[in-house]
Design a binder for this molecule. Sequence first.
Ligand SMILES: Nc1ncnc2c1ncn2[C@@H]1O[C@H](COP(=O)(O)OP(=O)(O)OP(=O)(O)O)[C@@H](O)[C@H]1O
Ligand SMILES: [Mg+2]
Length: 146
Amino acid sequence: MTALKKSYYIKSRDFIRAGEASIKIQTLLKSLNFDPKLIRRVAICGYEGEMNVVMHGGEGSMGFAIHPAELILEISDDGPGIDDIDKAMQKGFSTASDEHREMGFGAGMGLPNMKKNADDFRVESEKGNGTWVRMVFFFNKGGDDG
Ligand SMILES: Nc1ncnc2c1ncn2[C@@H]1O[C@H](COP(=O)(O)OP(=O)(O)OP(=O)(O)O)[C@@H](O)[C@H]1O
Ligand SMILES: [Mg+2]
């Protein structure tokens, strides 16, 4: 049984609204009294994923589903896709433009941080066909913080 499922649109290259979807999820989880540590991990993953869609991806969406024992967060976009996923997963690898770097992005830490903060992390992408990231957060164990 799925208790709650929601999806938010992410607009590519819209730096004014960037981050809004992850804030909405964070606010909703707070109102449902989820563990603050879990909310923090979901918020980090949501924000990094959302920024990746805004900077590198195409039109996209972020959806989550709350199941009895876990929360699933999915972020996908119909952009150019990732050339080499193994490379993209490496700490410090980034194709961010100078303009993105001036805004403070481009450390190449988004994907590694998402992997670190989720209990399960999967990314799939096809050149020219978009990117799909799925993260799972278990309610009974919280990664590093127990
Ligand atoms: N949705 C996406 N579509 C296309 N390419 C992506 C997407 N997400 C990530 N990438 C590619 O993977 C690289 C690494 O992503 P990652 O989030 O780790 O770093 P970054 O976004 O470049 O910098 P940071 O997240 O630290 O600001 C990106 O530079 C980009 O080349
Ligand atoms: Mg990033």
